[in-house]
Design a protein around this ligand. Sequence first.
Ligand code: NOJ
Length: 569
Amino acid sequence: MSDLKWWQTSVFYQIYPRSFADGNGDGIGDLKGIIQKLDYLADLGIDAIWLSPHFPSPNWDWGYDISDYTKVAPEYGTLEEFKTFLHEAHARHIRVILDLVLNHTSDQHPWFIESESSRDNAKADWYVWVDKPPNNWQSCFDGDAWTYVPERDQYYYHYFMKQQPDLNWHNPEVKQAMWDVVRFWLDLGVDGYRLDAISTIFEDPNLTPHEVPLNLAGLRRLSELAQSPEEIRQVGEYWVDMFKYQLAQPGLHDLMKELRAVINEYDGDRLLVAEDEDIAYMGNGEDELHLVFNFPLLKVGSITPALIQLNQKERLERLDALPKRGWPCNTLGNHDNSRIHTHFGDKIYDAQIARLNAALMFTLRGTPFLYYGEEIGMTDLIITDPTRLRDTMATWYYDALVNDLKIDPAEAALRAGEMTRDKNRTPMQWTSGPNGGFSSENIETWLPVHPNHAQGINARDEAKNPASLLNYYKRLLRLRRSTPALVEGEYTALEVATGEYFAFLRTTNMQTLLVVLNYSNQRHSLEMAVSGFKTARTLFSSLERSKAEERLTNLTVGPFEALIAELQA
Ligand code: NOJ
């Protein structure tokens, strides 16, 4: 293929290590399990893994509260096992990027333990300390953003939970320590990083209070109750206003440039992809981050042709306007969001819509990121027993609903079960057997396995069924690998007669592809006119098509069909 970098041609697969594969039978996923499943991933056809945090952690936020950045969590294995994992992945031509949490550490990290011990220790200024809470800022997870420490008779700031104190990135020693961490894993051969929550790194220097007349629990509750468009608009505004002084503050661009310089010390085109949608963090296109996610597409309630078209127009125009043209990066799910089936389904055609959305991810211009289990159609699992919740954000909210807002416990349990991220982090479903083949029988897995593993939603059964979603993904991924225009082709949206389907071209000098995604249950005659082309040869369809080649003017698409065709003169 052309001169694209590996991360432009790759399909990424996110592994949430706790939930992917349990290699030692303790109910928790681990590196040994991941190594055993590398052949599955190679066969699926992905090119790179994003591994969510695998570092030691007290697990208040399941690895996103790190207590040692250069070790492996004992429940996941050892550093030696990590090296084996990396070696085995590379041996299968699968790259590996790690999760880099810059904003905060665990409160059990030795840096924080030292920092909180007195006002004059060597790390006294490594976190954000104040004498008195200077404002009403909230933590986005658990209420007040300022927590008191008697040893210092001071408060520290945390955007996330109190167990996740924010580092003071104005302190050059913090930077050096973190850049050493970055180098540690790059030296071992990892291919880059996904950067956690970069927009939370700096705070408003004036510490301006927010003006929302509610605290976090109150706003969450109001959001659940909002019904009318006006109420929904109001809560949306409140969410932005509550956190606007704590997010995306000055200083970040310089910091991202420094980090890029560290990455550039290494060969192999190591990658930085931010958990952020703001294209501004790509700098001039080559001096900050390589990629940011197209989160605006993920955040919509349901995907419609009009929304995709608008989204692509906005994103691609901005990327094209960078001095060095930027590359898109698309995703429809991750460990913080509902699964594709549940999120974008309409409760009638969920399976068909999930197939369309998979085709969308692999045909749009840009690097796709796929969350584990989407390829077999895993769905959210609403946990209604609060004692089974593991996401601290949800247990905190349950307690706040019952104790502070005096909500009936049954309703509170339902609300917590709906808002928690546990629902989309359940163990990977490998078989229809006990525990979905994730762990052996009689083991209590860290989160319950979705019962639908026994109804065919599992990798083993789907592998045997040619019509399964898993085989649909494999077909799409194979086609993508063997069809350069799907990877490097330019994108051009086509005018279509109705808003029920969506059509675009992917074009290189050698090839022109037509992609049609019909988001309706109706058949449509396309009556396409693409200058210079007369016929369309089907490369892929989600339905059976009677003819392999058709005149463009006669082309039709069936209900919920995803069609990829090569145009010919
Ligand atoms: C974003 C991560 O994706 C999320 O899971 C985590 O809770 C927060 N950042 C805090 O690290």
